[in-house]
Design a protein around this ligand. Sequence first.
Ligand SMILES: [Zn+2]
Length: 380
Amino acid sequence: MSEQTLADRIESMPLVDHHMHSVLQRGVSKLEFEQLLTESAEPPPTGTTHLDSQVGFALRRHCAPLLGLEPFASVSEYLERRDQLGHEEVARRLLRSAGVSTSLVDTGTVGGESELATNAEFELLASHQTFEIARLESLAETLLLSSTPDENFPQAFRDILLTTSGLVVGYKSIIAYRYGFDFTPERPSDEEVIEAVRTLNADGRTRLSHPDVLRFILWAGVDTGLPVQLHVGYGDADLNLSRCNPALLMPWLRLLTKDNSPIMLLHCYPFQREAGYLAQVFSRVYFDLGLGINYSGAASSAIIREGLELAPFTKLLYSSDAWGLPELHALGARLWRSGLTSALLEFVNRGEWCEADAVRVAALVCTENARRVYGLDVTR
Ligand SMILES: [Zn+2]
C-alpha cells in the first residue's frame, strides 16, 4: 500500500458525525455570517474581521472551490456567490462534500432553532440519515415550565427519559455551561432535588442552573444506559473554561458502574490530552475533538495528532459540532480527514506502524466506534 493509497482510503471513508446541529434554512448577512464563524458573541474590533482567523482562511481555501470559486477567493466574492446560489443549493453542495453517512443531531435549545432545518429536511439536503440526541437541560426546562407539581419533578423527569429513550440514540448535558464539572459527584436524593426545584420555581427561573437539579438530570441520563454527551472545554463566553477541564469529572466518573451510560466528552479543546487520559483509564469514557478542529483550521492537524496519544483507538470519535452554516459541516470533515491522514502517515513513514493498522484505526475513529457505542446498526 502506498502513501497515496492510505490518503485515498481515508478520503473515501464514510464518517459518522456523532455531534452536530442542523443548518439555517435562510440566507445570512455578512455580519451574521461572521458571527456564526466564531464563538464570540461580540462584534470584531472596528476595522477588523473575525474571518482573519484559521476558520476564515480554511473557509476560503476549502469551501470556495465547492461553490465554483478559486481557492482563497475573497470573503466578499464568497458571500456574493453564496447569495447567487441560494442557501439551499449552498447547503446541498457543502453538506454532501463532507462524505458523512450518518449524523447524530443535538436538538437541544440554544436559540434560533426554529430557523434550522428539521432532521427530515436536513436528511434531504445532506443525503444521509440522521438520529437524534436529546438535551437533558432542555427536557428538564420544558418540564419546569409545565404544571407538574414540584414534588413530582424527579419521577416525572425519569418518566420522560423512559419515553424518549426509544426515540433517541443518546443524551447531551451542558452542565459545563450551567455550573462546571466541580459539582458534588454523588447522586442527589429526590428530597434534595424537590427542594432545589422549589427554589428555582419560587425565583421564577426557567434557565436551569441549580447544581442539585443539574447533577440529578445527569445521573438520570446515565441511568438510561444510552450514551451521554458532555460539552467539555472551549465554547462561547457563557462558560468558565477553568471549570470545564474534564479532569474535574474524575470523582464522578469513579462512581459510574457498568450499567451506566458511555460518557462522550465533546470537543475537549484545550483539554484534549486530559480527555485522552480519561479515555484510557475509564472504560466508559470516549471523546472527540469537535469544535476545536474547525476553529483551528490549518493548525488542527496538531490537535488531531494529540488525540492519538494516550487513548485507545477504540475511544476517539469524529464530530463537527457544526451549527447553522453548512460551511462548518464541510470544514469539519475536510480538516478531520487531512489531520488524520497526516498523523497516520507520520506513524507509518517512521516505520512505527504498518499501513494495514493505519487503515484499521482510521475506520475505527471515522465510523466504527460511533456505530458500536451508539448501536447504530441495531434494527430500530
Ligand atoms: Zn454542539
